[in-house]
Design a binder for this molecule. Sequence first.
Ligand SMILES: [Zn+2]
Length: 220
Amino acid sequence: MKKVLKNFLWSLGITLLIILIALVGNELLTHKNNLITKEGFVLFSQYNNVSDSIPKVQNILEKFPQLKIYLENDLNKKVNDPDTIKKFGNIAGLYENNNIYISTLNNSTTLFHELGHAIDAYMGCYSALGYAAEDFRYTLSSNDDFKKLYEKYKNTSIFTEYGRNPSSDTRKCLSEGFAEMFANYISDRNKVDKEVATYFDNIVKMINELKPTEVVHSLK
Ligand SMILES: [Zn+2]
């Protein structure tokens, strides 16, 4: 009887161990599979025919090593907030806590839009509202110069309805307009007005000149 019990406990222990290994392994694999690596990102850029944008994007990613890009098929599930889903419909991209999530690899504009939110989170709107560290040297989407630029170009084709509609913005600054303008500029600098291109050239230059200690880490 004692031997039977001992055997039973052994099998139970081994079964639990196998389940644990499977769970941890799956978690690691999922994590690894969803994270878009630098190499994966280069392929993605070539696939979307935006290879010219790679150097700029890579420089930005190097300045913000905490920023990770993930592929998540069901972003509505991840957002898990009925009001947000009702407002935005099918969610194609999301920036949150140093992470960018995109629902498909076929849409470079979405990724560049979320990248715009990320740099705005480190150096602009979010930090001005206290979401990031208290660093007020940079004020990207909450800057008066940007507001003027936005007003001037908001009715042009570089904005979708979403970007030009202030009610899209949940952060009390022009973060959606900033993200859309940034996405257009990164996608193809020659397709935006010269004034817009120059404005964002300066932002890219400012980011390139950041020293590692100057990078603001987003807390939320
Ligand atoms: Zn957005």
